[in-house]
Design a protein. Sequence first.
Length: 204
Amino acid sequence: MAGFIDSVLTGFPVWALYLIVFLLPFLEASVLLGFVFPGETALIFGGAVGTQNGASLTLLMVLAVVGAVSGDAVGYAVGRRWGPRLQATRLGRFVGEERWVVTEAFLLKRGGTAVFFGRWTALLRAMVPGAAGMARLPYRTFFVYNALGGTLWAVACVLGGYLVGSAVGRYVTSFGYVILGLVVLAITVALVHRRRKRHSPASP
């Protein structure tokens, strides 16, 4: 089993790792994927696996930053152009009118700083770009805070995963990868289940 884990980590295609690190943060706000799968999970995974298969740390960070910033820019454009229609869709109703209103009020009150700090919370990270477009936050303001927050967030996630993966590879046996993988999987499943329960119509 340990040998299988080693082969998966070292044999994971580099091009697929680059694609994941770019695509998942891009889709997080542009199509609200963040409500289902938090983007930092993909970036931490990419950084950790990158230590095992020879991926470029610099390229991983660049792709993560570009994916995060450009994805939020698309989310802003969608919210500005189709905001009311977006809220009327099944996904928009799943989010809930109250959350849209609260997020928009947060943006109107805090402006660009709401974009920056929203980047560090999974729920706000998916909602803030579209809500910023709906609230007509000036794009220049949105761009500056989005670029700053997206860059710091993406670099921190990838670099953190890379350092953890390096430490695991140096000090932990192959069996440790199995334990680490199970822990990460359990945490991810628990977070997704908790988020779905919180957002379900039956929840208070």
